[in-house]
Every structure is written in structure tokens, then in C-alpha cells.
Design a protein around this ligand. Structure first.
Ligand code: CTP
Ligand SMILES: C[C@](O)(CO)[C@H](O)COP(=O)(O)O
Length: 393
């Protein structure tokens, strides 16, 4: 097979990539009342963490998760609604085959990953994808650094050379057509997809894995994964800012940070013109690098005319959670001469905190005048600025 086939000529759109996450195992070695992939690691199900790593990777176009039919209800609680799920088989390779068969048209490269490896880093995924440009298969591994022995009944029998030995990890990446053919020809019982690929004569490049990319296998692995997360190596802190302006028009009240405030005029806008809530919503989208309200709710779409801004904020809050973050704090400043914000700031804080799903101590709503300068000073409209901090959930 020519290696050129796997090289994206510069300037061409990169190959469409699917992540196939196998999560149909029973997790017998790990124990617990539910399979290990549904158990929590630092407050979040392992599988939710795994899936998020691929959903948030810019090189991955599709994510398909293979689950046991018996786990459908557990999966519904853990997986984002729009993530495709496929019923698995009794063995890992049967589950992989079921997933490969279900991948959408047009996928060229597939990354096959254990649902039980929730800490895979973006750099590891990057390295596999880069190697796939010049090889039909690529997989991460870490070299064996300890001495190896063969042993039995608690005794060392013989030292074993470790040169050239690697500990295999996932995601294992392949040209989709090639790995489908390899699985179809394999008798079954392979430990992983590299074994299947090699049996079919495919070349598989080794890329650098990561010690943190552990597979949750035994009961102690949950604590190990939590320790890795708490080290902060996987901690991501995001800051976002938002800014919005709405002009005054006819009316008898304004809606600010979810509270109706009596005023001699109203604010004009396509929605309810809640300038404070819009700034906070944009700060959340900004922290996720997901654009702004206009991208998610185009003003050209009549269905958002007069819409309560709460709809926008709730959407941004959902995006935060599904990207694996939580809101650490939000700070919003309203800039206007009138109406006076002070008497309403507490109600605004409470209304915002309820939608954001955080305690009121994490939300600040404050106001300033612009000393009668500029458009806010001339009372032509109200401006709002907001900052949001997100941290890994
Ligand atoms: N029939 C199977 C068996 C395994 N897997 C998945 O393959 C990955 C690696 O397998 P392993 O760690 O061995 O998981 P289990 O089979 O669940 O573990 P155990 O052997 O302890 O029961 C896991 O994400 C697991 O859910 C799968 O999708 N279908
Ligand atoms: C695929 C794999 O994760 C590679 O390390 C591993 O082979 C699957 O898990 P198991 O514990 O060997 O069943």
C-alpha cells in the first residue's frame, strides 16, 4: 500500500476523523455497582471525561460511543444527547467491529479509544493524527523503563530483556478502510486494534504516549486518576469577556440581569435586550472560544425575536458543562446613569446565580456611571461588560 495515499497534500482539507470510543465492557476487575466507565472520577463519570476529550479536540469531526445495551440508561445520564451510540459485543474486538460498521460516510481516519482512559491528553491525540498522515496506523505507547522478570508462585524465574518493549495505549488510529478490512479478516481475541492491524500486514507507527493516559482497570485506578487530575496537569482555567450595548427606546421598564427594573424608557433589541445577561453569556462563549450569542442564535432568525435572554444564558451554561468545565465566577458591570442599579443588584445576583447553577457568592453584579460622558452619559443606552472564569469540572 502506498504511503502517499495517507499524506494530505498541503492546502487540502484534512481527512475526516472519527473517534470511536469503546465502552461496552463490564469492568469486572475494577468492581463497583456499575461498570467502571460510569463511575465518578473527581465528581464526573469517567466516560463523560473520555468523550469530552475528543469532543473538544479540533481535529476530531465525529464521536461515536459503543455501549452495552444493558447500560443505555447509564449512558443517557452521562453522554451529551447528540453523541451517537452503538450497541457493543461480548468482547472488545466485537465492540470495535460494531462501532466501525456504524461510522458515518466520508470518515477517512478513525481513532479507536478505550472509554476507560479518561485522561488522554490533546497532545497524544495530536501525535496520533499527525502520524496518520504518513502511516496507515499509529498508536501511542510508553517505553518500559523498569527491569522485567518472568516469575511464578511469588518467585523470580528469570530476567526478561526490556529493550524494544512498549506499554500500549489508546487512541489507536487507522485508515478506516484498512482497519475495517483487518477486523473482518481477524479471528477475534485480540488485545487491541494494533494486534488486528499487524495481523493484516498494516504498518503501525509508535508515537509518544503519556504516563497519565491510564486505563482504569483495578479498584485503585480511580484514586490514581483523581490524583493525576488534582496535580493540575489536566487542569484548564479559561477566562472570557463579554461586552454589549442596547439603545433606549419607548417603554416603562428595562430587563437587566434577569430583573425587571422600572424606568421611563425601555431597551431596544431583537430579544428582550437584557444587556447584562448578554454580556455574561458572551463571556461564557468567549471562555470556550465558541463565538458569541449571534453565532448560536442569529438575529436574522425570527424565532429569537423578543426571546427571553435566559434562553441564551442557559444554552451557554449547558455548553460549559458539556465541554467539561464549571463556572468559578462571573463579574458583570452595568454602565448607565439611570436607572439606579444598587437597589436591584441583589435580586440580579440571585437571578443570574440560579441560571448559572452556582452559589450567589460566585456572581457579582455592579454598576457605574460614565460621569455623563459618551453615549451612556447622554442616557442614549446602557452598556455592560462581563468576565467569566471557567475551571475544569
Ligand atoms: N465487550 C467489551 C469489552 C471491553 N470494551 C471496552 O474496551 C475498553 C478496554 O477494556 P477493559 O479495560 O478490559 O474493560 P472491561 O472489559 O470493561 O474490564 P474487565 O476486563 O475488568 O471486565 C474499555 O473501555 C471497555 O469498556 C468494550 O467496549 N466491549
Ligand atoms: C487496548 C488496550 O487498552 C491497550 O493497552 C488494552 O489492551 C485493552 O485492555 P485489556 O486490559 O488488555 O483488556
Amino acid at each position: 500500500m502506498s504511503l502517499d495515499r495517507f499524506t494530505a497534500p498541503s492546502g487540502q482539507k484534512p481527512a475526516r476523523v472519527a473517534a470511536l470510543i469503546v465502552a461496552a465492557g463490564r469492568g469486572l476487575r475494577a468492581g463497583g455497582e456499575i461498570p467502571k466507565q460510569y463511575q465518578s472520577i473527581a465528581g464526573r463519570p469517567a466516560l463523560a471525561r473520555t468523550v469530552e476529550r475528543f469532543l473538544s479536540h479540533p481535529g476530531v469531526d465525529d464521536v461515536v460511543v459503543v455501549i452495552a445495551a444493558a447500560d443505555a440508561a447509564l449512558a443517557a445520564d452521562v453522554l451529551p444527547e447528540d453523541v451517537a451510540r452503538v450497541p457493543g459485543g461480548d468482547t472488545r474486538d466485537a465492540s470495535v467491529r460494531a462501532g466501525l460498521a456504524a461510522l458515518p460516510e466520508g470518515v477517512r481516519h478513525v481513532l479507536i479509544h478505550d472509554g476507560a482512559r479518561p485522561l488522554v491528553a490533546a497532545e497524544v491525540i495530536d501525535r496520533v493524527l499527525a502520524a496518520l498522515e504518513s502511516s496507515p496506523g499509529a498508536a501511542p505507547a510508553v517505553s518500559v523503563t523498569d527491569a522485567l522478570w518472568r516469575g511464578a508462585e511469588g518467585r523470580v524465574l528469570a530476567p526478561t530483556p526490556r529493550e524494544g518493549l512498549f506499554r500500549a495505549q489508546t487512541p489507536q488510529g487507522f485508515d478506516l478502510a484498512a482497519i475495517r478490512a483487518a477486523h473482518a479478516a481477524h479471528p477475534g481475541g485480540a488485545a487491541d486494534d494494533v494486534e488486528v492491524a499487524l495481523a493484516a500486514g498494516l504498518e503501525v507507527a509508535i508515537v509518544e504516549g503519556h504516563e497519565d493516559n491510564i486505563k482504569v482497570t483495578l479498584p485503585g485506578c480511580f484514586a490514581r486518576a483523581e490524583k493525576i487530575l488534582s496535580r493540575g496537569t489536566q487542569m484548564d482555567v479559561r477566562l472570557g469577556n463579554g461586552y454589549d450595548v442596547h439603545r433606549f427606546g419607548p417603554g416603562d421598564h428595562v430587563v437587566l440581569c434577569g430583573v425587571d427594573v422600572p424606568h421611563s424608557r425601555g431597551l431596544q433589541g431583537h430579544s428582550d435586550a437584557d444587556v447584562g445577561m448578554h454580556a455574561v453569556t458572551d463571556a461564557l462563549y468567549g471562555a470556550l472560544a465558541e463565538g458569541d450569542i449571534g453565532r448560536h442564535f442569529p438575529p436574522s432568525d425570527p424565532q429569537w425575536k423578543g426571546a427571553a435572554s435566559e434562553i441564551f444564558l442557559r444554552h451557554a451554561v449547558e455548553r460549559v458543562a458539556s465541554r467539561g468545565f464549571r463556572i468559578a465566577n462571573v463579574d458583570c458591570t452595568l454602565v448607565c446613569e439611570q436607572p439606579k442599579i444598587g437597589p436591584h443588584a441583589e435580586a440580579m445576583t440571585q437571578a443570574m446565580a440560579a441560571i448559572l447553577g452556582v452559589e450567589t457568592g460566585r456572581v457579582s453584579v455592579k454598576a457605574t456611571t460614565s460621569e455623563r460622558l459618551g453615549f451612556t452619559g447622554r442616557e442614549e443606552g446602557i452598556a455592560a461588560l462581563a468576565t467569566a472564569t471557567l475551571v475544569t469540572a
